[in-house]
Structures are given as C-alpha cells and as structure tokens.
Design a protein. Structure first.
Length: 408
C-alpha cells in the first residue's frame, strides 16, 4: 500500500528590511521531509512590506529543487495574503515541472511590470529566443541589459554542474518606481563547488574563502588567461551596480556578498545554506547603465578607481567558524581583508559571532592596521565576548584609533 501524502507547512512572513535573507531562513532542506510529502508554503506580509522579486524567485527555485531532488512529492503555495506582481497559475510545482511539453521553459509569467521564468532544460537556442523577447518587452529596459543577464544565465549553464534531470533555474525581473529589480537563482554546486573544479590553482585557493569578493574583481581568472575568465558576469554586474548607483547581492552556500551603490560593501555568513547561487540586484532606470564601459574596465582593470566604496563591512562569521585559530584560515581571512582594503577607505571588522581568535591572527590584524594607516579600521566587539577576546579586540581598537590619529 502506497504511503499517503503528508502536508508540511512553511510559514514565511515578508519583512521590509533584509527580506531575502529572512525568507531563505525558512527554505531549509529539512531532513525530516519524505518523498511522499507535500509542502505548503504560506506567505504573509508585515505592515508596509512588499515582496520583492528575489524573494519570490528564491521560494520558487527552492521548491523546484526539492521536488526534482525527490526530497518531497510536491510543493503548493498560498499567496492569498500577499500581493504578488503576477497571477499565479494555481498549479503545484510538480504540475509545472512535469507538464507534457518539450519546451525548456517550464513556467513563464509575464505582466506589465514583472517577468518570472523557470527553465527546466539546458537549451541555449531557446534562451536566445527568450533574450530577444526580453529586449522587446519594455521600452524602458536599460540598453544592453540583456547582455548582463546573458552573462549571469550562462554562468548557471557552465558552472552549476547540474545533471540534466535536475537542471532548473529561475529568473525574475520586476519594474518598480523607476527601478528594475532582477534575480537569477540556481540550485547547483555553488561558487565554492565550481571553483574547486577550476583549472588554475588560484581559483582553488579562492574556493576556500569569500568567493564572491574575488569573483567581482577583474584580475581573477580560474581558467588561465588563454582560456578566458570565470567571473566575467559577476564583475560586470558589480561594476554596473556601482556606476548606476544600484545594488547587488550574491548568495551562495552560507556566504553573502552585498553592495549598495558606492556606499557599502558587505560580506557576512548565514547559518542557512543556499544550495546553489543566487544573484539579485537593482538598477536605477533614470541613471546611466553603460555595459560597454564595464567591459572596458574588465579588459583594462588598471583604470579602476581606488576607494570605490565608502565602507567595507566585514563580518568574520563569513567563514563559518566561531574560533579563528588555524593558520590556514587566518591567512585566508587576511588575503580577503587585503581585497577589501583595495576598495574602501573605511573597514568595519565585525566579530559578533566570534568566540576566540588565535594570537597569530591577533598579530596579523595588528600588522594589517599598521600597514593600512590610510584606512580607518573599526572593530566591533561582541557583547558576549569573554575576558580574553575582549582584551585582544580592545587592543586592536586602541591601535586603530592611534593609527588614524597619530598626534593624539
């Protein structure tokens, strides 16, 4: 006798701030799910909150992944308590993914302001048709935006490393108040997994670190100069966000890279793993979007200006460790801090989730602060720090203060 389907509920409350991270906290791959379960995802909205396209895309991509993986039988949605920018077809994820058609597009929802697409098969020709449709969709679509989108989508095809029966990714585009919000989400091996299979040793080194921080830099190559670069799409996306005054979020595994125009660049860790890579951002439609200029910077990175962000906020939990002790880990962190020092005149080192650091790492940080006397370094001490950690970090606080104000 076949087991009966059991309904499991996921209740997600849409918030105003940090919405995407709050949403994915609920999208865990629960080990208690069974292959005959049906998952019901119910959404509600806090006052004044409005669901964004990255949150919708992440929910749908997660649902597709757990159905295609056989973790659950099906996923259904309750969107009745939130405003979504399209009409949901009132179908379950299984009905959408296993519909009797040969098109690589499993779902295409198009309204005046929103376009949400789920690709079920890896078909380059069909994607070319899709790009043409996007170019002609809205007259206010930024010129050559489809080229940036093409880079992000092609990265899914090249680096997600998904077998054909599980190949699936979701894209979302949403116009709102002279802004274009976009998202590309997959459930592949993620940035780390892709870099671990790279050709050159530098890429494999980066795989152990904050990957997105390196992949948004043009000097980085994972295939060797003669074979082209991995990370072109992320570099160009990052540069366009800066030049346009927009924003960017790169989420992969347990690491998040965020940038907001020329103001803040932030890296942090999250406890809930995103299986794959999700890139989302916002473009201002009333400001310049110069894809060609970004390509020139990729070809000649010497023209990149320094101090491109006012602040780099660096959360030390990004490495998934509460105790920063091993020399290998500490050296990885210092290499990433040097990348942050290239981009900002102010660095915030956030030790919020750290319980211990080695004396070697303490020494590395002292040298870093003294070396970069032109950079303002702020240390955030966790309120729960024990006496030893508080003493070590307070010494760094005093050194940074003295380094920035030598006359005092």
């Amino acid at each position: 006798m076949a087991p009966t389907n059991t309904t499991k509920e996921i209740n997600i409350e849409i918030k105003q701030t940090d919405q995407l991270i709050e949403v994915i906290k609920h999208l865990t791959h629960d080990p208690h799910y069974k292959s005959h379960d049906v998952v019901l995802i119910k959404l509600t909205c806090m006052p004044k909150a409005r669901i964004d396209v990255a949150s919708i895309s992440s929910i749908i991509q997660y649902s597709c992944d757990i159905v295609l993986s056989g973790n659950v039988h099906d996923v259904v949605f309750d969107f009745s308590h939130v405003r979504i920018p399209f009409t949901w077809p009132n179908k379950s994820i299984r009905e959408i993914l296993y519909a009797n058609h040969v098109s690589p597009i499993a779902l295409e929802l198009v309204s005046r302001d929103c376009r949400l697409t789920v690709f079920r098969k890896n078909d380059h020709n069909r994607r070319d048709d899709w790009y043409d449709q996007i170019k002609n969709w809205r007259k206010d679509l930024p010129n050559r935006f489809h080229l940036m989108l093409n880079e992000l989508v092609e990265n899914v095809s090249a680096h997600a490393k998904l077998e054909e029966e599980r190949f699936c990714f979701t894209t979302g585009l949403l116009f709102a108040n002279k802004k274009l919000n976009y998202c590309v989400a997959d459930s592949g091996v993620g940035l780390k997994g892709s870099l671990q299979e790279a050709i050159v040793s530098e890429a494999k080194d980066v795989a152990a670190r904050m990957c997105a921080l390196s992949l948004t830099r043009p000097q980085f190559t994972s295939k060797g100069e003669e074979r082209g670069h991995q990370g072109v799409g992320l570099f160009i996306t990052s540069e366009l966000a800066q030049m346009n005054g927009g924003s960017l979020v790169i989420l992969s595994g347990c690491q998040v890279y965020e940038q907001c125009d020329t103001t803040v660049m932030r890296v942090r860790g999250i406890p809930e793993e995103w299986k794959g890579t999700l890139v989302s951002g916002m473009i201002n439609l009333d400001k310049e979007f110069n894809y060609r200029q970004a390509m020139k910077l990729f070809a000649d990175p010497t023209k990149l200006s320094n101090d491109r962000f006012q602040v780099s906020h660096f959360s030390l939990d990004v490495y998934g460790q509460c105790a920063l002790r091993t020399r290998e880990l500490c050296e990885e962190i210092m290499r990433d801090l040097e990348l942050a020092a290239e981009r900002s005149s102010k660095i915030i080192l956030d030790f919020l989730c750290i319980i211990e650091i080695s004396q070697a790492f303490h020494g590395f940080l002292k040298k870093f602060i003294v070396k970069h006397s032109n950079i303002q370094v702020l240390i955030k001490i966790p309120p729960t720090a024990d006496e030893d950690l508080r003493e070590d970090l307070q010494e760094l606080v005093e050194l940074a203060k003295k380094n920035n104000h030598p006359s005092e």
